[in-house]
Structure formats: C-alpha cells, structure tokens
Write a new protein. Structure first.
Length: 258
C-alpha cells in the first residue's frame, strides 16, 4: 500500500462555515491528514476561537482564518482574493456554510426563503466558480459540498431548505462531469441528524428524539467527526476515481423501511 494515497501533505484546503460544528470537525480531520487549512465564517469571535484551538493542536500546520459571510457576493470575492494571495492555488474546497429557518411553506417571506437559497446553494455555486482557477493549478483537486438528507426526501426542515440541498446535490453531479477534464473531482455528503449546536434544541425534546432514533437503524445521533471523516475521504488520493457522488452520513436513515 502506498501511504501517500491516505495523506494530504502539502495540500491547501478552504473550509467555509469552519468556526463550529461540522465545519470545525472537517478542518480538524483535514489537518490530521496533513493538509493546511483556511477557515471562513461570519462570527469573528467563534472563528478566532476555532483557529486558536486548531493551532494549538496542530502547531506544525498552517492555519489561517478570514471573516466572511459567504451569502454576500462581495464578501465571497474578497474571500477568494485572500486565498489567491497565498500564491499556492487551492487543492480542496469544502462548501459547508449553511443555514435554515424552518416553518410552514406559506409562512415564509420572500426575503427569508431567498436567504436560505443564498447561503445554502448560491454561495457554494459561486465559490466553486470563483475557486475554479485556483483548483486547476494542480493536477488533481477536490470540491466537497455538505448537503443533507433533506435534499433527497422530506424530513420536516421546511421546503426551501430541502429544495436548496436538492439543488446542491444536482450541482455536484453537473460540476463533476463538466470539470472532470480540469482535474477537479466534485462530491457531496448528505448528513442526517448530527449532534451540533444547531440541532441541540430539537434533540432536547425526548419525544422528538425518540422519533428520530426509531427511524435511524444505527439507533443514535451522528457526530460531527463522522461527517468530517466522509468529507476527508472524498479529498484523499485514495478516492481519486470517485466523483459526482453524494454519500449519506445518516446511520441508515434513508434505507429505513417497514
């Protein structure tokens, strides 16, 4: 076995939504495989806290952070200009930033549902396009989009969220085919309930938690590190023949039957 197939040494990764939860876990996983990591998030305090923690745990790695709301196009462009200033191009882009406002379909204002699309879908689309020139500086590079099981079936998240994630999955397939000749692999992961700050309120309801677990064959809530492991695998040379895939990280939820 060639150990280099399972390493990311010398590679530079950009992780959006990298200050907490799944994003922070992804950054940690990539660092563990040898990558240098650039973090982006809206909350400056949380972002610096994440960066400082990772620097302490991985002193041999280069770890930098940039405060940006990737739902804003001007800030997306500023973020990619910052990445370009490192002069190394980019090996990995992880489109993890996302958000939601769950309510009945008829209760959304236009601004509310458009904002969900902006952060979940349009940010990933535009960042992928802006990063294309940086990714193609290398013979092989990767984009991984953090989707959701909500993009595949109904899970009470609200229709705009599910629609935006379904579109992200389709974007993954389209870019994988279109950019294969450029040496860019494009894949996605689709998590079910993962134990993060964002899900803590819902999972604190014991009746709701029981419902979730009854529909999850593995019988437990997932951890951010388990999503991060799938993301990291899709970035490794070992997965070099995988593109256009959406891997569910769901404890078997999507295979549940009766």
């Amino acid at each position: 076995m060639d150990p280099k197939r399972w390493r990311l040494d010398g590679q530079l990764a950009l992780v959006t939504g990298g200050s907490a939860g799944i994003g922070r876990a992804i950054a940690r996983e990539l660092l563990g495989f040898g990558a240098d990591v650039l973090l982006a998030a809206r909350d400056a305090t949380a972002l610096e806290s994440a960066r400082a923690e990772l620097v302490e745990d991985f002193p041999e790695r280069d770890i930098h952070a940039f405060v940006a709301d990737v739902a804003d196009d001007e800030q997306r462009r500023e973020l990619l200009d910052w990445v370009e200033d490192f002069g190394e191009g980019l090996h990995i882009l992880v489109n993890n930033a996302g958000g939601n406002l769950s309510k009945p379909t008829n209760d959304y204002t236009e601004d509310e549902w458009r904002q969900i699309f902006e952060i979940n879908l349009f940010s990933a689309f535009e960042l992928s396009r802006y990063a294309h020139a940086l990714l193609t500086r290398h013979a092989a590079s990767s984009i991984v989009n953090v989707g959701s099981v909500s993009g595949n079936l109904h899970v009470r998240t609200g229709s705009p969220y599910g629609m935006s994630k379904a579109a992200m999955h389709q974007m993954t397939r389209n870019l994988a085919v279109e950019w294969a000749e450029d040496g860019i692999r494009v894949n996605a992961v689709a998590p079910w309930y993962i134990r993060t700050r964002r899900t803590s309120d819902k999972l604190a309801d014991p009746d709701y938690l029981d419902e979730v677990l009854l529909r999850t064959p593995l019988g437990r809530i997932g951890e951010p590190e388990e999503v991060a492991a799938a993301v990291a695998f899709l970035c490794l040379p070992a997965s070099g023949y995988i593109t256009g895939e959406c891997i569910a990280v769901d404890g078997g939820f999507q295979r549940y039957g009766f």
